[in-house]
Design a protein around this ligand. Structure first.
Ligand SMILES: Cc1cc2nc3c(=O)[nH]c(=O)nc-3n(C[C@H](O)[C@H](O)[C@H](O)COP(=O)(O)O)c2cc1C
Length: 169
């Protein structure tokens, strides 16, 4: 599949087969994340990889998406390193670019993943369970990854491109 078709067919995947995802694939997803653009080239992304079923299960209790996180083979928790951040909006944009690269990479590698932000209401507890210093690292996204147990149809959009164009001069 070419890159354009690949990004058009990405979808959020919340149900997984339970099959093991090789570490090599997890590394590739993180590598893709680090290829995102970053403001001032500050590369503020940091990753906590959670495979341990006990820790994964405890993190899963901190979101309404418990079954999604429990069902995933691995969680990639994406943090922003405050020690290299320079502008809250731009750093958040950078982390978003990193997260999207990771979702696209998962799809390109035949995996399913989803952006979980609802869990941020409990980010301090997630950070602690990850064993990460919350005074330096700010949790931005949790990305569960696994082999998809869903149909492959991408989700439709409410608006067409034409609906989204608010000016053309
Ligand atoms: C900032 C952001 C936060 C999101 N938070 C959640 C979330 O907490 N739980 C969830 O199931 N999906 C979450 N999503 C995924 C969206 O629900 C999903 O992208 C949207 O419904 C479009 O579906 P698609 O990704 O399959 O095209 C989030 C996406 C973004 C960009």
């Amino acid at each position: 599949m070419n890159a354009y078709d690949m990004l058009l067919t990405r979808k959020s995947v919340r149900s997984y087969t339970g099959a093991h995802v090789d570490d090599e694939l997890v590394e590739k997803i993180m590598l893709a994340g680090t290829r995102a653009p970053s403001g001032m080239a500050n590369e503020p992304w940091r990753f906590a990889v959670v495979r341990d079923p006990k820790v994964k299960g405890e993190i899963a209790q901190l979101t309404k998406h418990t079954k999604v996180l429990e069902g995933a083979d691995v969680l990639i928790c994406l943090f922003m390193d405050n020690s290299v951040g320079y502008n809250a909006t731009k750093d958040a944009n950078t982390i978003g670019a990193c997260a999207e690269n990771m979702l696209l990479a998962a799809h390109a590698l035949g995996l399913g993943a989803v952006w979980i932000a609802e869990i941020l209401k409990n980010k301090e507890q997630v950070t602690e369970l990850c064993g990460v210093d919350g005074s330096r690292y700010d949790l931005m996204v949790v990305i569960p990854v696994g082999y998809s147990a869903e149909n492959a149809d991408p989700n439709p959009r409410k608006n067409s491109v034409a609906d989204c164009i608010i000016s053309r001069k």
